[in-house]
Design a protein around this ligand. Structure first.
Ligand code: SF4
Length: 193
C-alpha cells in the first residue's frame, strides 16, 4: 500500500503540515474542540489517507464526521473552507489509488454543532449519544427515526410525514449565514473576537 501511495499520490501532494493539531476553546462547554489533521497542503487542502478493501462510495467522503471536524477547525483558524481529499488505497487483487474530493457546507456544520451539544449532554448526564452518519445502523432502512432525526443532514433526509406520522415537516435548507451566526454567537465567540 505504501508503494501505491508513493507512486500515485505522493508525487502530486505539496505538504505544508503533517499531523497538525488544531483546537479551539468552547466557552461554556466542559471540553475543547480539537483534532489532528494528518496532512495539509500549501493551499490549505486537507488530505486523509484511508486503506479500504473496496472502492468507497462518494457518500463516504461526503458524510464522514472526521472531515467535517477538520473543516470546521480550519475555518475557525483561517476563515477559509478548505478543499478536502481522501487518498483511498484500495487493497484488492489489483491495488488501486482512488482520490475522493469532497467539501463541507452549512448543512454539515449544522449537524456538527448538534453533535457537540449532544456529546456535552452525554458527558454531563450519561444520556443518548447519536450514531455517526457513516455507522451501518444509521440509515434510511435501518433506523426508524432516520427521516426525522436531527443528527442526519437535512439535505439527506426527505420529509416523509406518512412514514413517521409524528415528525414535523423538515426544512431542506440551512443557510451558511445561519450556521456562521451560531458558530460566532453561540459557541466560538471567544475565538473570533
Ligand atoms: S438516524 Fe437513528 S441511528 Fe442515526 S443518529 Fe438518528 S436515531 Fe441514531
Amino acid at each position: 500500500m505504501s508503494e501505491l501511495h508513493y507512486n500515485h499520490a505522493a508525487p502530486y501532494i505539496k505538504p505544508a503540515y503533517v499531523q497538525r493539531a488544531l483546537s479551539v476553546e468552547l466557552p461554556g462547554y466542559p471540553f475543547d474542540l480539537g483534532g489532528v489533521i494528518d496532512l495539509q497542503e500549501e493551499d490549505g487542502t486537507i488530505r486523509d489517507t484511508k486503506v479500504k478493501d473496496k472502492t468507497p462510495s462518494a457518500g463516504f467522503a461526503d458524510d464522514d464526521d472526521q472531515m467535517t471536524l477538520y473543516a470546521a477547525l480550519e475555518y475557525l483558524h483561517s476563515g477559509n473552507l478548505p478543499k478536502l481529499v481522501y487518498d483511498c488505497l484500495i487493497d484488492t487483487k489489483i491495488e488501486k489509488y482512488v482520490p475522493l474530493e469532497t467539501a463541507r457546507v452549512a448543512d454539515d456544520f449544522d449537524v456538527l454543532l448538534r453533535r457537540i451539544d449532544a456529546a456535552c449532554n452525554a458527558i454531563e448526564k450519561g444520556v443518548f449519544l447519536p450514531a455517526k452518519e457513516t455507522d451501518w445502523w444509521c440509515g434510511e432502512y435501518s433506523c426508524w427515526y432516520w427521516k426525522s432525526c436531527k443528527f442526519v443532514k437535512r439535505s439527506r433526509r426527505v420529509a416523509d410525514t406518512q412514514a413517521v406520522p409524528e415528525s414535523k415537516p423538515v426544512e431542506n435548507k440551512v443557510s451558511m449565514d445561519e450556521v456562521v451566526d451560531r458558530l460566532t454567537d453561540k459557541i466560538f465567540d471567544s475565538l473570533l473576537n
